[in-house]
Design a protein around this ligand. Structure first.
Ligand SMILES: C[S@@+](CC[C@H](N)C(=O)[O-])C[C@H]1O[C@@H](n2cnc3c(N)ncnc32)[C@H](O)[C@@H]1O
Length: 335
């Protein structure tokens, strides 16, 4: 088994999920460094399998680590130009033909001095046979310099072509759907419902990484329901209003994991009564030992409705940004 060193960056809200995800891994992953929003680990797992994993939207192969990098950007990069004593870059797929170089200093994108930029591009072209493309490349080489006095020269492995980054319009990012399923806990052999399933982002993640006994997916939009197909036998799809899920028996569902409409974009006159009707229906279908994980846009309105219903305990697990808009992931349990 050939071990490689990877660097993974993620938004701050994912930190606790990332740490427990790595601990849970049965595969031997050795963690070297944990910084704010960044983990360096070693793994012998197939690189393509890792790249397509939904939680990795920013996974890099470490080509060189710099302890206490000093001086200007030029001096930092000079080390690479000098001997190219670094790990060989990876060609993750045959379609990988182009690259660009990025410089990140203390979590901010930074410029690269012109002459150095060209020198590095020529060097990488020679070593990898890839071509420079500064606008839409297939891979990127990053110089990352952190305030914790450590630096990395890395190659980005996820690109716009990676499965983990491919989404249909309106579909929730895979790292978010994965995190929501993770927060819901053990979903194997459970009955799950997503009553606002849209393009099916959550259902795809549930059935790819868990083995639920049954997944009820429904949406009010009949075209979306017609378009969705799943090879997972236990997925049952319906056209339905989430405030009236009469095809699901009372107390027959173990977990609801869902992403209700965002209010801002959809025409809902009274968001509070919409949330109330939705929650009453969720409470009706859920069994006694249940959880619900919801991604909510209108936080204040939602929290006041949950408080007024009273039968729920409500934990705001994470505040996140979805397409630049603020949202929160909530975990609800019977109070
Ligand atoms: C934020 S989107 C869900 C996106 C989904 N998570 C995905 O990955 O594609 C919300 C969905 O709720 C649906 N919707 C809106 N009002 C609804 C209602 N009353 N009942 C059921 N679905 C509804 C919309 O058609 C939309 O597909």
């Amino acid at each position: 088994m050939k071990l490689k060193t990877y660097l993974w960056t993620f938004p701050a809200w994912l930190q606790t999920i990332v740490e427990s995800f790595l601990m849970d891994k049965k595969l031997t992953w050795r963690i070297f460094t944990v910084l704010d929003g960044l983990i360096v680990f070693e793994s012998g797992e197939n690189m393509r399998t890792l790249v397509d994993y939904p939680i990795f939207s920013n996974l890099f192969l470490v080509l060189k680590t710099f302890q206490r990098p000093k001086g200007s950007a030029d001096m930092f990069m000079q080390v690479v130009v000098k001997g190219y004593d670094v790990v060989k870059p990876a060609i993750v797929s045959k379609d990988m033909k182009t690259f660009r170089i990025i410089h990140s200093s203390q979590n901010q994108l930074a410029s690269i001095p012109d002459k150095m930029h060209r020198k590095l591009e020529k060097l990488i072209e020679r070593v990898t046979r890839l071509q420079t493309n500064r606008s839409l490349p297939d891979t990127e080489f990053w110089f990352i310099r952190r305030s914790e006095k450590i630096g990395y020269f890395v190659q980005r492995l996820n690109t716009h072509k990676s499965k983990s980054n491919k989404l249909q319009r309106g579909e929730l990012a895979k790292s978010i759907t994965y995190a929501m399923c993770y927060i819901a806990g053990g979903l194997n052999d459970k009955v799950i419902a997503d009553p606002f399933f849209g393009r099916g982002g959550l259902a795809k993640t549930m059935t790819r990484f868990r083995r639920p006994a049954r997944v009820y997916v429904s949406d009010i939009d009949k075209n979306l329901v017609a378009q969705f197909s799943s090879s997972y036998q236990s997925v049952k799809k319906h056209v339905a209003d989430a405030t009236n899920l009469d095809f699901i028996k009372e107390a027959s569902v173990d977990a609801v994991v869902t992403d209700p409409p965002w209010w801002l974009f959809e025409a809902i006159d009274d968001i509070k009564s919409f949330y109330e009707n939705m929650l009453q229906e969720i409470i009706r279908i859920l069994s006694k030992k249940w959880v619900a994980v919801l991604l909510i846009g209108a936080r204040e309105e939602f929290e006041s409705v949950v408080a007024s219903i009273g039968v729920l305990t409500n934990e705001r697990v994470a505040d996140i940004l979805v397409s630049g808009k603020k949202a929160s992931i909530y975990l609800l349990k019977r109070g």
